[in-house]
Design a protein around this ligand. Structure first.
Ligand SMILES: [Cu+2]
Length: 158
């Protein structure tokens, strides 16, 4: 669904820019001059959509979230469904972290999660929560990945 909206946005974006510029490039189109305001609006609209597009691909997929601290445990649920959401987890050093991996994706790609820096390699049960605990001693960025290193997330220790 989201993918469809994105590609539609792309299409509209490029068509918008292309059609707005066409009258300047070919003689046959000169006669049906559109008001400059409309051309500008269409061009800007197109560029805006392309911009939104880029933003989506570059930034929106990184969803960062701070782990909730309850009774000395920094806890957070991570949805495992075509990737990890959130995929940037912010925690404090020197305190137990519990990441609750809720795996909804049946693909074997995501059946395992690895956090090499903490020597963790854990199988995730489908449609279940698998808690993973560790204590990050030093601030830094610690990557976690699926078994094949295709999907990634980061634990940012502050
Ligand atoms: Cu994988």
């Amino acid at each position: 669904m989201v993918g469809t909206v994105i590609s539609l946005g792309f299409l509209l974006g490029f068509t918008g820019v292309a059609s707005a510029q066409m009258p300047e490039q070919t003689n046959e189109f000169r006669r049906i001059e559109q008001p400059i305001g409309l051309k500008t609006a269409v061009t800007l609209g197109g560029l805006g959509l392309i911009g939104a597009e880029l933003w989506w691909f570059l930034f929106s997929k990184t969803r960062s979230q701070k782990a909730e601290n309850t009774h000395g445990v920094q806890e957070l649920t991570i949805n495992v469904d075509g990737g990890y959401a959130p995929d940037r987890i912010i925690v404090k050093s020197g305190q137990l972290v519990r990441l609750n991996f809720l795996r909804k994706d049946p693909s074997s790609c995501l059946e395992k999660v690895l956090i090499p820096d903490f020597h963790i390699a854990q199988d995730l049960a489908l449609n279940n929560i698998t808690p993973i605990e560790f204590i990050p001693e030093k601030p830094g960025q610690y990557q976690f990945t699926c078994g094949m290193n295709m999907f990634r997330g980061v634990v940012e220790v502050q």
